[in-house]
Write a protein that binds this ligand. Sequence first.
Ligand code: SF4
Length: 338
Amino acid sequence: MRTGSGAEGALLEVRGLSKHFPVRSGVFSRVTGSVRVVEDVSFSVGRGETFAVVGESGCGKTTAGRTILRLYEPTAGSVVLGGIDLAALRGEELRRARRGMQMVFQNPYGSLNPRMRVGELLAEPLVAHGIAKGAGAAERVADMMGKVGLSADLAGRYPHQFSGGQRQRVAIARALMCSPSLVVADEPVSALDVSIQSQIINLLQDLRAELGLTYVFISHDLNVVRRISDSVGVMYLGHMVERSATGPLFERPLHPYTEALLSAVPSLDPARRKRRIILSGDVPNPASPPPGCVFHPRCPKAMDVCRSVAPAGSEPEPGRFVACHLYQDPPAPVSAPL
Ligand code: SF4
């Protein structure tokens, strides 16, 4: 399991990744500030593993996923996939690298061209990358449809002729047509009925085992994350505040924000039920984040130091990383709770 900074042999290494968007105002649309949507995010994922990124809506997890795939240009930091620094690639080199990394979106209907038949949708990436065409492409399409649990006879249908679950299977098949090593799945089941969610999760797990895929799995659904991931990164206001293997994180969260998030997860097992921690206030505006620890206005354990000093990351237990003054080594100066 790789959750730390020593990422020897990892397929994906993300180091100090930031993405800021300019804020423009006035008649001349001058840049007057920036929204720091992703700030200094680091993690690594081993081959064949699933790293989940969790957090409330607007915490920057989707932007982080898109920046990893260079759908957005990073403001700072590096993304190394299979030993290649993606940030350094341009033109044809970047296009080739894109074959090895794909994204599955939340809304399969929005990500599939409604005017193309499913067979054409699946063959398109093969043709675009010069991998196969004609009969060769048709054969690969039929094979991939089988892998995702769809009959090849359905290749002549349009996306609207499929159910929501089937459409997500088509979207997954399209993402896998060029044999990527990395798939970033952005809330891939949250638009589906609960009964279908389970089938798609099982499919993703089967495909991971069969094809040796590595996933970055973005989700706000902690029950799904617990089931599918090997390790987890928790994001708050663009920062990754805790990173750990999945089991220890769910058993004993360290960061006060992770604790609050997990306390809201319903459980049928009375032994696992936790006292619900209700966070006061709203998530601050990322265009003007609070000074010090960005979580301090809502943190039930905040201290004086948290208002002015941003916590550095520390590793209080092997393989567990947390950005909080409670775990800093040497400890933060003792101060009264706010
Ligand atoms: Fe809470 Fe302070 Fe830790 Fe931030 S640094 S999570 S405010 S205790």
